[in-house]
Design a protein around this ligand. Structure first.
Ligand code: FAD
Length: 128
């Protein structure tokens, strides 16, 4: 369990406060749901093209956090889960990516008209 998850369990109003703060943010050009290795890669490639990018997930690192040993991640015959998550995070932080942690998407609301904004609702509840 991450520190952020522990805080949100101890402080029951934390999710609500986070949601209020998140509701005030500007819209993203790209909002990636899920911050495992795939989401991190998508965020890097989106942000490096100057696209306003958000990366939202329950916990940064995904399944890689659930294992000590990682083998055969191409170019790395052997590493550790926590180490790989650390380098993924450092790589993402090299770019202008808004990383939003401890949030679960529960609903996608398509734009009402062409060219409009799609919305994503989270369990907290916040709306992006
Ligand atoms: C015990 C174990 C050992 C492993 N060992 C190896 C290994 O040795 N070598 C190797 O190459 N691979 C290994 N893997 C597999 C590797 O971890 C996965 O292939 C990789 O993490 C997949 O990345 P991903 O980003 O596609 O998905 P994930 O890592 O699953 O990340 C997806 C993220 O999205 C989040 N998410 C999902 N739905 C929502 C939602 N609605 N709202 C917000 N967030 C959401 C999830 O919580 C998760 O954090 C192992 C996996 C495990 C569990």
């Amino acid at each position: 369990m991450s520190l952020a998850e522990i805080f949100s369990k101890v402080d029951t109003n934390a999710d609500k406060r986070v949601a209020e703060e998140l509701n005030k943010r500007d819209a993203y050009d790209v909002l990636i749901i899920g911050s495992g290795p795939a989401g991190a890669a998508a965020a890097i490639y989106s942000a490096r093209k100057g696209i306003r990018t958000g990366l939202m997930g329950e916990r940064f690192g995904g399944q890689v956090l659930d294992t000590v040993d990682i083998e055969n991640y191409i170019s790395m015959p052997k590493t550790e889960g926590a180490k790989l998550v650390g380098s993924l995070r450092a790589h993402v932080d090299d770019y202008n990516v808004d990383v939003i942690e401890s949030q679960s998407a529960i609903k996608l609301i398509p734009a009402a008209s062409a060219g409009g904004l799609h919305a994503v609702e989270t369990a907290s509840p916040a709306r992006y």
